[in-house]
Design a protein around this ligand. Structure first.
Ligand code: FE
Length: 207
């Protein structure tokens, strides 16, 4: 029997991000939304040639194929949410370290300008989606993706992600998406996670 995709454990207790992200939001977001993407994915790939493949392999095999959108959406959302939880940490925020700080200043002018651009990008995303800091060939960039999509152009490497689906913030911030994004950047972003992603090879297959 092929191994199913599993729901990775949350890297901290459900109430650890409170009050920036409430325990109630995390309980629903992780325990219901994230879990449902994983459960749906396992149901959809059961008995197909994608059963037993890794999340990254399933994403690469189904991206840009309308007939496989259901599998892609659930696989991508499973990947995106795991990446999102690991982009956050209860004692996060503050300033990016070392090389990352230099790369941010080079790409955006300053850390303050980066913050402003990231919040603006979150505001510009119409409807559900994600905002990412990514490393590209020689520079960093902020990109937004709709729905389940993730940055997977050749050479693009996600460093951190913020979920801007309403389920990520509506209970705590109502319709104030920019307040949510800005407070997450200020207090929860795990810059060590972003720095580790900058330092390693891409983990998404672009084959
Ligand atoms: Fe979400």
């Amino acid at each position: 029997m092929a191994q199913p995709i599993t729901l990775p454990p949350l890297p901290y207790p459900e109430d650890a991000l409170d009050p920036v992200i409430s325990a109630r939001t995390v309980a629903l977001h992780y325990g219901k939304h994230h879990r449902t993407y994983v459960d749906n994915l396992n149901r959809l790939v059961a008995g197909t040639d994608l059963e037993g493949r890794s999340l990254e392999e399933i994403i690469a095999a189904t991206a840009d194929q309308p007939a496989k959108a259901g599998i892609f959406n659930n696989a991508a959302q499973a990947w995106n949410h795991d990446f999102y939880w690991r982009s956050l940490t209860p004692k996060g925020g503050a300033r990016p370290p070392g090389e990352l700080a230099e790369r941010i200043a080079a790409a955006f002018g300053s850390y303050a300008a980066f913050r402003k651009d990231f919040a603006k990008t979150a505001q510009e995303q119409f409807g559900s989606g994600w905002v990412w800091l990514v490393a590209e060939a020689n520079h960093l960039a902020i990109v937004r993706t709709a729905n389940a999509h993730l940055p997977r152009l050749p050479g693009q490497r996600p460093l951190l992600a913020v979920d801007v689906w309403e389920h990520a913030y509506y209970l705590d911030y109502n319709n104030r998406r920019v307040d949510y994004v800005d407070t997450v950047l200020e207090r929860l972003i795990d810059w060590n996670f972003a720095a580790a992603n900058l330092a390693r090879e891409p983990d998404l297959s672009h084959a």
